[in-house]
Every structure is written in C-alpha cells, then in structure tokens.
Design a protein around this ligand. Structure first.
Ligand code: GAR
Length: 203
C-alpha cells in the first residue's frame, strides 16, 4: 500500500499529469481525496485547458516538454519529469487524460504509485476511443476503471470500477458524458482508498 498505517494522518502530495480538458483534474482537486492533496499539475500540452483549471484551483502547474515523440516520452524528458516530481516530494501520480505512454524512469521510480483512469470497464476496450469501441461492440454495460499503471497500455491491476448501462440511442457523446460523471466520482474515491492505506497494493 502507499501509506503505512502509522502515516495515516500525514498529508500525501499528489501530482496530476494531464494533456487536455482537465475535468478529472478538477474532480480530484474538489473531491474528497482523504489526506491526499493535489499539489502539482504537469502537462505535455502548452495549450491544455487543464492549465487554466489549475490556476483557478491554486495548484502549481506547468508545461514540460515530453520530447520529440507523439505517444511516448523521450528518455531524457521522462527523467526530467520524474526528477521534478521527486524534488517536490510527490508520493502519488495520477494520470488524468495524459495521452502518452509511460515506460521508463518514471515507472521505475514511482512503481506502484502511478494510477490512471480509463473510460471503459477494463480489460475491455483499452487504448484510444474506448467509448466508441464499446458502442461498436454492442456491450450493454460499460463504465470507467481506475488502475495502477504498468508497462502495458491500460493493463495494470484494477483498483476500482463504476458501471453504467448503455442505452439504445446512445451516441459516443452521450455515452462519454455519462461515463465521465462516473469518472469524477471514481477517481477521488480511489485516491481516498489508497491514501487511507485501506487498499492493498498489488504491484
Ligand atoms: C477521460 O475520459 C479519461 O478517462 C480519458 O481521457 C479523458 C480525459 O478527460 N483517458 C483515457 O482515455 C486514457 N486511456 P479530462 O481531461 O476531462 O479529465
């Protein structure tokens, strides 16, 4: 688990890594995360809306270059992001719409302390366009998953899931909207569980 029981009362510093809109970042900032505190926002997108949301929420926020690749970090850059978070005493990293795979130094340094939210009931529909995949497949139930991050794409051990029914007339937009509402409940709840030490770490 992330915390020893003896640490239960101390504040746990959390970094959120995001690429875009930032609604999950906001949900984490304003939701009940127990003794977890959102202390830092780092984005790989200079124009991300999440930067504005961070300044409105009074959270230290910055853009850092991810390197030359589109879907992963450059090795040197991943090391810089990792070092930056370590220097700020970050203990838990929450990915919230970070459109980039983490494989190298960050995963090693924060192993078992990086979590992600994904808009499907994993292991179904990993990767991009999860809501579209669910509609195309014709599932009657879908939802969202908070899980540990490992070296795969949306493959780490599951912490918590929330489900919703798919309606006959759902579009990607309507389905995504209902899933997102559940994401905003699930993510703070998962963080609260981890920070209270009541969830056994499986990595
Ligand atoms: C969320 O739906 C999140 O589950 C998804 O990106 C969106 C980010 O929205 N993440 C993934 O698909 C990761 N595989 P937000 O920026 O408003 O939080």
């Amino acid at each position: 688990m992330i915390l020893d029981k003896s640490d239960k009362c101390s504040v746990l510093r959390i970094a959120v890594l995001a690429s875009g809109r930032g609604s999950n970042f906001e949900a984490l900032c304003h939701g009940d995360t127990g003794n977890g505190r959102i202390s830092l926002l780092v984005t790989d997108n200079e124009n991300a809306d999440v930067l504005k949301k961070a300044s409105e929420s009074g959270v230290e926020a910055l853009y850092m270059s991810p390197g030359k690749y589109r879907t992963k970090f450059g090795e040197a850059e991943e090391r810089e992001w990792t070092r930056f978070m370590m220097d700020r005493g970050i203990e838990l990293v929450c990915l919230a719409g970070l459109m980039r795979i983490i494989k190298g130094p960050m995963l090693e340094e924060f192993r078992g302390r990086i979590i992600n939210i994904h808009p499907s009931l994993l292991p179904s529909f990993p990767g991009l366009h999860a809501q579209r995949q669910a509609l195309d497949y014709g599932v009657r139930v879908t939802g969202c998953t908070v899980h540990y991050v490992d070296a795969g794409v949306d493959t780490g051990p599951i912490i918590l899931q929330k489900s919703i029914n798919v309606k006959d007339d759902d579009t990607v937009e309507t389905l995504s909207g209902r899933i997102l509402k559940q994401e905003h409940i699930a993510y703070p709840e998962a963080v609260r569980l981890l920070c209270s030490g009541s969830f056994e770490r499986m990595m």
